[in-house]
Design a binder for this molecule. Structure first.
Ligand SMILES: NC(=O)c1ccc[n+]([C@@H]2O[C@H](COP(=O)([O-])OP(=O)(O)OC[C@H]3O[C@@H](n4cnc5c(N)ncnc54)[C@H](OP(=O)(O)O)[C@@H]3O)[C@@H](O)[C@H]2O)c1
Length: 317
């Protein structure tokens, strides 16, 4: 099965369905990526902060060596962590990821969050760990990302977790729209304003945590979270369409024109999710998901926000 692609504003294209790798630890990440490439995935989503780029890279290299897939047929994304936001540190962050992945170039390199930490601080323990945006404005980080593209270290560059207002400001400041904005998108967090802004600016959206991210650490979970995969509405529509709830959520994301990157380290669920790439739920089924009124954001970085230091107002999405 060949998965459809969406065009990017720089002339490249992104496969509509990829494998997420956040929380896929060590050998699980290696096995998941190998299995995904074996069943036909051509898009792997990673990040420096996930701590598993070596395993992802090893799985990719072995799959290429074994003739399972050609390197040029796999769209590899990774992300700049918040401690590399100063323009002079951006290439260092990228080269660390490339070295771990064993690649000379990634297909997509994203600014992971529009929040900066001081160099060397992986997760701040107090306000001292943050770099004020006045010292590392997002526009300066973005200019350095564009330079990486010019150097050939990344084919495409983009952002993640960026709100409509921050995106507009970034384009106004630099004149260059990111190819991609990767954000949390699912029926409980459909972000219509962001969808409209990205369509207007020509920025492709990738949907993360499309299944509700229930394997997040307990410290990241809210009380009484509504588990998306257990939604009776999603289950009823999926049943009527002959799909599993996960497959319906993935197909809904693709039908909205967003690429989608469900994470799994389970071989059965990796295959189940991939099969959603050719599911064609009817218009009524899609409309039923659009009509869901529950609102919930699973990945909530509020503990990382320091108003007055990191941002003013509505800067992340
Ligand atoms: N840019 C960002 O800031 C950002 C933030 C969050 C996520 N992401 C990216 O988006 C990816 C996906 O998001 P996520 O990892 O938060 O969560 P997710 O994909 O919404 O959900 C993953 C959870 O769903 C389970 N699962 C997968 N397929 C399933 C199926 N068919 N049926 C039932 N359960 C299923 C997984 O368990 P098993 O593994 O056991 O199958 C895991 O517990 C991440 O891995 C990462 O690559 C990016």
């Amino acid at each position: 099965m060949t998965i459809a692609t969406f065009p990017l504003n720089d002339g490249h294209a992104i496969p509509a369905l990829g494998l997420g790798t956040w929380k896929s630890a060590d050998d699980d990440a290696y096995r998941a990526v190998k299995e995904a490439l074996r069943v036909g995935y051509q898009h792997i989503d990673g990040a420096w902060i996930y701590g598993n780029e070596e395993q992802v890279g090893r799985a990719l290299a072995e799959s290429v060596a074994e003739g399972v897939v050609a390197r040029e047929d796999v769209f590899v994304t990774t992300k700049l962590w918040n401690c590399f936001h100063r323009p002079e540190d951006v290439e260092k962050g990228c080269r660390e990821s490339l070295a771990k992945l064993g690649l000379e170039q990634v297909d997509l390199y994203l600014v992971h969050w529009p929040i900066a930490f001081r160099p060397g601080v992986i997760m701040p323990e107090d306000e001292e760990g943050f770099l004020p945006l006045s010292e590392a404005p997002l526009a300066a980080t973005w200019e350095a990302m564009l330079a990486l593209r010019e150097k050939g270290l990344a084919k495409s560059v983009g952002v993640s977790n960026v709100s409509p207002s921050t995106l507009r400001q970034l384009v106004a400041d630099t004149g260059v729209a990111p190819a991609v904005n990767q954000v949390e998108l699912h029926p409980y967090n459909p972000q219509p304003e962001l969808m409209a802004t990205c369509a207007e600016l020509g920025v492709h959206l990738t949907a993360y945590s499309p299944l509700g991210s229930m394997d997040r650490p307990a410290t990241m979970k809210g009380e009484d979270e509504p588990p998306l995969l257990k939604s009776p509405k999603v289950a009823a529509v999926a049943d009527a369409e002959g799909l599993t709830p996960a497959q319906l959520l993935i197909a809904w994301a693709i039908a909205r024109g967003t690429s989608v990157i469900p994470k799994s380290t389970n071989a059965g669920r990796i295959a189940e999710n991939f099969a959603a790439g050719e599911a064609t739920p009817g218009a009524d089924a899609l409309a039923a998901l659009d009509a869901i009124e529950t609102r919930y954001r699973y990945v909530n970085p509020s503990s990382l926000l320091r108003p007055g230091i990191t941002h003013d107002g509505d800067f992340w999405a």
